[in-house]
Design a protein around this ligand. Structure first.
Ligand SMILES: NC(=O)C1=CN([C@@H]2O[C@H](COP(=O)(O)OP(=O)(O)OC[C@H]3O[C@@H](n4cnc5c(N)ncnc54)[C@H](O)[C@@H]3O)[C@@H](O)[C@H]2O)[C@@H](O)CC1
Ligand SMILES: Nc1ncnc2c1ncn2[C@@H]1O[C@H](COP(=O)(O)OP(=O)(O)OP(=O)(O)O)[C@@H](O)[C@H]1O
Ligand SMILES: [Mg+2]
Length: 375
């Protein structure tokens, strides 16, 4: 199994956890079928090829990826089939980030978008939009007595678990904060997502958590990490024990993804670099010179939707598909990155220096329509 190779090559899990992982993977027939299709379509990851690989990144035709994986608006489809996304994030300080990620998922075309946040953040996020389903379930240390921590932690996990199998993808981290008790609960949520083969996109404070606990994602092929400049620096220092190398960025992102056992990394910057440890793709289409906060949140919500669509597309094994890459995580990143940059460019045309994240979100629909008309 492709993913097993990642687990073994990471050499970071004990034999016992490796055996557990295999058993859990084997228990999901959907997952097995997907892996079978990836193998029979010639996809997946063959690390032996890396030895001879040309290490320049390849600029992808992102628009044709978007056209291939975006599902048709078919009147026979029911609510939920175009995607159910959950964002785990939102605390006292940050309410904008989870909102941006969750609303972007809806604007791209997901049917349902949930937010699991702290009790203080929930009424604020709900007030931004009636479109989102907001669960006030997370707790920070300040509101929990030491002796209640175990019980509350179990309660939080049970609340999220009730929904887990319904989700096509989780986005973990936008506006999550760094409270230790809250991050412990989120670690458990990630372990459960992994056991049920739910893809996870990790961003913002989720990356802070994962950087310090790399086993949470190591060897999980359905995990995507979307680091910005700072988050990438911390990840490289921790995992590769080296400095960021901008001269050979392609080789470094490839090594990083490989070292974490074939997770997909989307390194954000002037060009976005995407690697699953096998290949490196770049998306450089013109975006916007405005660097207002929140654009990474749009990206994480968008990647979650496109990853889900790419996964459905691969499972359906569309015979007309002309996609050379068969890793849904990579395809989701390519599509999300292109969509975010195209919408940012359009928003900047209208708003120039006053462009803010909300303006970019308003341009997501028009950008997708340009590439992939609804009718
Ligand atoms: N409106 C909101 O609620 C927003 C909340 N956000 C959340 O804020 C939390 C922290 O995220 P940050 O992105 O600030 O964390 P970072 O660790 O990336 O940033 C920390 C510091 O680094 C600086 N920095 C950021 N990008 C840089 C770059 N390219 N070069 C040099 N310095 C840079 C920032 O100004 C900040 O002072 C996360 O939970 C994130 O999701 C952000 O997503 C932005 C929007
Ligand atoms: N120099 C740049 N030129 C063009 N686009 C960029 C540049 N830097 C980042 N981007 C794009 O902006 C988006 C967000 O990247 P950024 O590095 O701002 O994330 P972030 O810091 O996590 O954002 P957030 O404020 O949401 O946390 C990405 O899709 C990336 O492609
Ligand atoms: Mg960010």
């Amino acid at each position: 199994m492709v993913l097993m190779k990642h687990v073994m090559s990471s050499q970071q899990l004990s034999l016992l956890s490796y055996a557990n992982t295999c058993m859990l993977m084997a228990s999901s027939s959907v997952y097995r079928r997907q892996q079978f299709l990836i193998r029979s379509l010639g996809g997946g990851i063959d690390h032996s090829r890396n030895m001879q690989q040309d290490l320049r990144s390849v600029e992808v035709d992102a628009e044709s990826v978007i056209r291939s994986i975006t599902p048709a608006l078919d009147p026979t489809r029911h609510k939920g089939q175009a995607g159910k996304i959950a964002v785990i994030g939102g605390c006292r300080e940050y309410t904008g980030a989870p909102y941006f990620a969750a609303i972007s998922a809806l604007k791209i075309g997901a049917d349902l978008s949930h937010v699991f946040c702290t009790k203080d953040a929930a009424p604020v996020i709900k007030s931004y939009s009636p479109e989102l389903i907001v669960h006030p379930v997370l707790e920070e240390s300040y509101s929990v007595r030491e002796e209640d921590k175990k019980t509350i932690s179990r309660k939080v996990l049970a609340e999220v678990d009730k929904w887990m199998e319904r989700f096509d993808c989780l986005v973990i981290g936008p506006g999550l904060g760094r409270d230790p008790f809250l991050l412990d609960c989120v670690s458990e949520i990630m372990r459960h997502a992994r056991q049920t083969n739910v893809p996870i996109v990790i961003d913002g404070d989720g990356l802070f958590l994962v950087t310090n606990n790399i086993d949470l994602v190591s060897g999980y092929g359905l995990a995507v990490l979307t680091p910005n400049v700072n988050e990438y620096k911390r990840l490289v220092e921790k995992v590769l024990s080296s400095e960021v190398n901008d001269v050979d960025a392609t080789q470094q992102v490839l090594s990083l993804a490989k070292k974490i056992g074939g997770v997909t990394i989307l390194k954000k910057g002037k060009s976005d670099l995407i690697s699953d440890g096998d290949t490196v793709k770049s998306v450089s289409i013109y975006g916007s010179p405005r660097r207002c906060g929140g654009q990474g949140d749009i990206l994480s919500g968008s990647v979650a939707v496109f990853l889900s669509w790419a996964r459905q597309h691969i499972i359906a094994a569309d015979p007309n598909s002309n996609l050379s890459c068969k890793n849904p995580a990579v395809l989701g990143c390519v599509a999300g990155s292109a969509m975010m940059r195209k919408a940012a460019s359009l928003a900047f045309c209208h708003k120039k220096r006053s462009t803010v994240t909300g303006d970019i979100i308003e341009c997501l629909g028009e950008s997708l329509e340009d590439i992939c008309p609804a009718t």
